[in-house]
Design a protein around this ligand. Structure first.
Ligand SMILES: [Ca+2]
Ligand SMILES: [Ca+2]
Ligand SMILES: [Ca+2]
Length: 161
């Protein structure tokens, strides 16, 4: 028990969430400073937000660039025909996409051509298996799988501090 605790602290100090999650947290995957939880459990957008908050105080994923987007798509292709929520909505202003938890505008998007525009009652963004995980807008009450992201740096700091 003692050595397990020591090795946990050392892992966090040395490499942030990478060692922590791969060693101690089943299901979390580390990539480029973040940790991701793919949960194949279908639920509406608001429930998915709460699910992530209840798991390491994470958020539905923010896709920051093409590298992160490609990594996530590769993982999704391992599952059969499943859509996944991300933390992006245009609930506040139709056609203006914002990250749900920060209200920031995305710096990168990957909407399927013709989707993500001014669509009635489609205010939440998902990765769509029908078009190889391009993003589409859909109804926030649809039941879709959950993809959470936790910042490795924040989480490592919280453990060490
Ligand atoms: Ca991210
Ligand atoms: Ca909309
Ligand atoms: Ca749509």
């Amino acid at each position: 028990m003692w050595s397990r605790s020591v090795s946990l602290v050392l892992c966090v100090l040395i490499s942030g969430c990478v060692s922590y999650y791969t060693t101690f947290k089943d299901g979390w995957i580390a990539f480029s400073g973040s940790c991701y939880l793919f949960r194949a459990q279908a639920m509406p957008f608001t429930e998915a937000v709460h699910f992530c908050q209840q798991h390491e105080h994470s958020n539905l994923v923010h896709v920051d660039d093409d590298i992160e987007n490609s990594f996530l798509k590769d993982r999704m292709r391992l599952y059969k025909d499943a859509g996944w929520w991300m933390g992006l909505t245009d609930e506040d202003i139709e056609g203006v996409w914002q990250w749900f938890d920060t209200d920031e505008r995305p710096t990168f998007t990957d909407f399927k051509p013709g989707d993500g525009g001014d669509h009635n009652n489609e205010d939440c963004a998902t990765f769509d298996p029908v078009c190889d995980y391009n993003w589409v807008d859909t109804s926030c009450s649809d039941r879709i799988f959950v993809l959470c992201e936790a910042s490795g740096h924040e989480y490592g700091a919280a453990i060490v501090g």
